[in-house]
Ligand binder design. Structure first.
Ligand code: ZN
Length: 395
């Protein structure tokens, strides 16, 4: 017998532990729950009743049952609560309200400069969040948690950005503490690439345990999911591959002070700069993408070379963590297969055969929604954890 009743704050009922079996949304009977947990059927029945009282679990019609028997299966009720998800980018912000399955119920995207500072941007986020909740006709007490992604390093345990280069005024700012003055729910903060990895997995690879998401935009970074869990490392900076040195870049200066960094060769601005040096009239990474889409050969070759540079660094990642999926996103991924082809060319030739036998290197499926969906996943994961369920029950 497995005793899963200990350690619950839901009195002695242990309903939050039972809920962990039901949070995947797959309907189960009381008998199946009793079998999985080793608990007496009467105990399971009482815990299911408690979860139904909280609205977290709902009866699901049993497809196999006929003759008007009452429904005997139970599953997560995604509508029970809502979460607020915010992707605060360098110059744009995307806010969404989702249910507990991550389905977007309402959203808004606006130009919002992160450099306006934390109080201006977070204040706006709170106002938009409350407006969206009103529009949905939901009560703000239905809000279970808030997930926020920001374009810089975050100390995950405290939710504080740490020396973020493009976020003036945010260094060590207590994001959760400030937001909780307005909305008293758990606030989870992470960097944008980490939450993009979570969003990509939720959208396209829900059963994949080992996934690397690479964002190629103004900067280059990656989010690592290994063993089904986002890997942040000791200080939250795991996956920060932009300043790894690549062979081709020996003398190219990087804004970090070093030379030859991946970001100094293969980011959007770096590709644009290399094309300008060839006499091509481009200013930004976006201009490069437009040229590629029009079939410009110089731009295609530059993007493909950037893909090779990224592939050089990813080859080391493949050896270290053996992912089964590498998803490439960020604004430069809109250049399509040319970037991916460069990555594949190097990773597939430079890696051990076993490491690439079942490795997919693909364009992000979640694309522009990866970050906001990942912020939602961050919030949901916390809200549905044993501690999160206990907290909901205690409110
Ligand atoms: Zn650098």
């Amino acid at each position: 017998m497995v005793d899963i009743s200990r350690g619950s704050a839901l009195g002695s009922s242990g309903a939050s532990e039972l809920f962990q079996l039901l949070r995947d949304g797959v309907p189960r009977t009381r008998a199946a729950l009793a079998q999985s947990t080793g608990l007496a059927r009467s105990t399971v029945a009482a815990r299911v009743d408690e979860l139904m009282r909280l609205g977290l679990v709902t009866p699901v019609a049993d497809a196999a049952s006929t003759g008007g028997r009452p429904p005997s299966q139970f599953a997560l009720n995604p509508a029970a609560r809502i979460v607020l998800a915010a992707d605060l980018g360098a110059s744009r912000a995307h806010i969404a309200v989702t249910d507990l399955a991550g389905s977007v119920l309402a959203e808004r995207s606006e130009r919002k400069d992160i450099a306006l500072g934390p109080e201006a941007v977070l204040g706006w986020m709170v106002d938009v969040g409350l407006a969206l909740i009103d529009e949905l006709g939901r009560d703000r007490h239905d809000l279970a948690a808030i997930g926020i992604g920001v374009p810089g390093p975050v100390e995950h345990s405290t939710g504080r950005p740490v020396n973020p280069p493009i976020m003036p005024g945010w260094d060590r700012f207590d994001v959760p503490g400030w937001v909780q003055q307005h909305l008293e729910v758990p606030v989870l903060v992470d960097n944008d690439v980490n939450i993009m990895a979570l969003g990509e997995r939720a959208v396209a690879w829900p059963s994949v345990e080992h996934l690397v998401f690479v964002k190629v935009a103004t900067g280059i970074g990656s989010g690592i999911i290994s063993g089904g869990l986002l890997q942040r490392g000791a200080q939250g900076i795991a996956g920060d591959i932009g300043h790894v040195r690549v062979a081709r870049g020996a003398d190219v200066p990087c804004h970090c002070g070093n030379r030859g960094c991946l970001e100094a060769l293969a980011s959007g601005p770096a590709i644009a700069r290399s094309l300008r040096e060839q006499g091509v009239d481009v200013q930004t990474g976006g201009d490069v993408v437009e040229l590629v889409k029009r079939g410009d050969l110089d731009a295609i070759q530059a993007v493909r070379q950037a893909g090779r540079d990224i592939g050089e660094v990813l080859t080391a990642c493949v050896s270290l963590i053996n992912p089964s999926v590498i998803a490439i996103g960020g604004s430069m991924a809109r250049a399509g297969e040319h970037l991916i082809a460069g990555v594949r060319e190097i990773v597939y030739t430079r890696s051990m055969p076993l490491a690439t036998e079942h490795l997919s290197i693909v364009q992000s499926a979640a694309a522009g929604n990866a970050a906001v969906l990942g912020a939602s996943m961050l919030a949901i994961h916390h809200a549905l954890s044993p501690e999160g369920i206990d907290a909901l029950a205690a409110r």
